[in-house]
Design a protein around this ligand. Structure first.
Ligand code: GLN
Length: 472
């Protein structure tokens, strides 16, 4: 519509901000709005379009950014008190790429503090609500990124995924989310949680939007030492709906105990539909799935305890007002600046790395990581895609799991192995339960097979004729 001049970016951007004004009181997806700058960016794109310039497909489109992705001149809090007033002097590489494409930035999106959580209830500022039912959580940690898309408060968004934080909220909010292969998207400027697992990725209403944004943010970056040096396709231009001969594996461990029967059946039905279009389905086994949560929470907390050492009241953001000497200043700053979940992870991480326990916990978790990686690698020798639920149930009620961290961690059972193995994966909606809540189908691929995942998702979307958005 922008290209055909049926609408201007100014009109489009204004309509998104009107929508934000109408529904944000119910959804609480944003921590910071960028309206004035957004309108100026939109006007700039409109004049380029008027001048007949050839622009990126993202030019003039309103995009929201998770608040752990640094944005130059725009407050980046990680939903923490620690960074309440932090205005970064630089852009994350993914942000820079989105800006260079001419995207209009709507604002910064709510999340669990430092991306630790599964419901966005760990935000220091406010919980985000699920647009399908505002008494329920949107998932996390990229809850704001998923809710904003579902509620029409942004066209597409960027999130981050360390153990499921793009896919899990995408699943609960009925949108499409892609967690890229580790190393495909630069982590430069993504505030580190667990550096060996973190990845930035896109969320959108449909597969095409996600493929388009992924094509723009992917690529080697010399500012990120773990960035993979290789050529990447333009995923969007190569999308196709042909499923003939696609080999889909169904891991039996993802359909067992703890998975809601309706979720399980919905995923199996979706796979049946793909089988009708020529996909070949077989049952597989990933026996180490049982150990995935333990190894994930050990590795991620170990890395977090190291990464979060920098918030000491000296270099960034918050510092306690009253203290007695340097050690007391550190202690009070970290006690007052971090929330309970972040402190829990720092303590757990420090414990598993301590000299007495390193071998018993951290080293074992790393050995299990190897085993999980090789089980996946073996399966991908003869299948193309693994299909599984994204989450064990549909969205739960706000407050339902906050009193029990282990129960909250258990909601990540279907997503964490993917990060442990460094693989790409997506979530797309595949059904709605009797409360009208979306169920997510997870597609997992071998390293750097984002195109296969996107094509499979695109084919499925084509079969069902598109995804439902909530009425608010
Ligand atoms: N829910 C997981 C955790 O709390 C994953 C979070 C994430 O992917 N950032 O660690």
């Amino acid at each position: 519509m922008l290209k055909n001049k049926e609408i201007s970016s100014t009109e489009l951007t204004k309509s998104v901000f009107d929508r934000i004004k109408a529904v944000e009181g119910k959804v609480d997806a944003y921590l910071t709005l960028n309206e004035e700058n957004a309108m100026a960016q939109a006007a700039d794109i409109d004049s380029k379009l008027d001048a007949g310039e050839e622009l990126s497909p993202l030019a003039g489109i309103p995009v929201g950014i998770k608040d752990n992705i640094t944005t130059k001149g725009l407050r980046t809090t990680c939903a923490s008190r620690m960074l309440e007033n932090y205005v970064p002097p630089f852009n994350a590489t993914a942000m820079e790429k989105v800006l260079d494409s001419g995207a209009v930035i709507t604002g910064k999106l709510n999340m669990d503090e430092f991306a630790m959580g599964s419901s966005t209830e760990n935000s220091y500022y406010k919980p985000t609500k699920n647009p399908f039912d505002t008494d329920r959580i949107p998932g996390g940690s990229s809850g704001g990124s998923a809710a904003a898309v579902a509620a029409g408060e942004a066209v597409v968004t960027l999130g981050s995924d360390t153990g499921g934080s793009i896919r899990q909220p995408a699943s609960y909010c009925g949108v499409v989310g892609l967690k890229p292969t580790y190393g495909a998207v630069s982590r430069y400027g993504l505030v580190a949680f667990a550096s060996s697992l973190d990845q930035i990725g896109p969320l959108g209403k449909c597969v095409k939007d996600v493929a388009m944004v992924q094509s723009l943010i992917v690529g080697h970056d010399k500012l990120d030492a773990t960035s993979a040096y290789r050529e990447y396709p333009n995923y969007e231009s190569q999308l196709k709906t042909d499923l003939k001969g696609l080999k889909i594996g169904l891991p039996k461990e993802y359909f067992g105990e703890g998975i809601d029967p309706f979720v399980k059946q919905s995923v199996l039905n979706a796979v049946k539909e793909m089988e009708k279009q020529g996909a070949v389905v077989k049952e597989i086994s990933l026996p180490s799935t049982d150990y995935a949560l333990s190894s994930y929470y050990i590795i991620s907390s170990a890395e977090a305890s190291s990464n979060l050492a920098r918030y000491d009241g000296v270099r960034y953001g918050f510092r306690a007002e009253q203290f007695d000497g340097l050690t007391d200043m550190y202690e009070r700053t970290r006690s007052e600046g971090f929330g309970d979940e972040v402190k829990r992870r720092i303590m757990l991480g420090t414990f598993v790395l301590s000299s007495g326990f390193y071998d018993a916990y951290y080293k074992k978790a790393k050995l299990l990581q190897r085993r999980i990686q090789s089980e996946f690698a073996q399966q991908f020798e003869d299948i193309d895609v693994i299909a599984a639920p994204t989450t064990p149930s549909t969205a739960f009620k706000i407050g339902e799991n906050t009193g029990d961290p282990l129960k909250m961690y258990a909601t990540d059972i279907c997503t964490v192995t993917v990060n442990i193995a460094g693989l790409p994966a997506m979530s797309i909606p595949c059904a709605y339960d009797n409360n009208g809540l979306p169920v997510g189908l997870q597609l997992i691929g071998n390293r750097f097979t984002e195109q296969t995942l996107l094509n499979t998702a695109y084919a499925y979307e084509n079969i069902v004729g598109g995804f439902k958005m909530p009425e608010l």
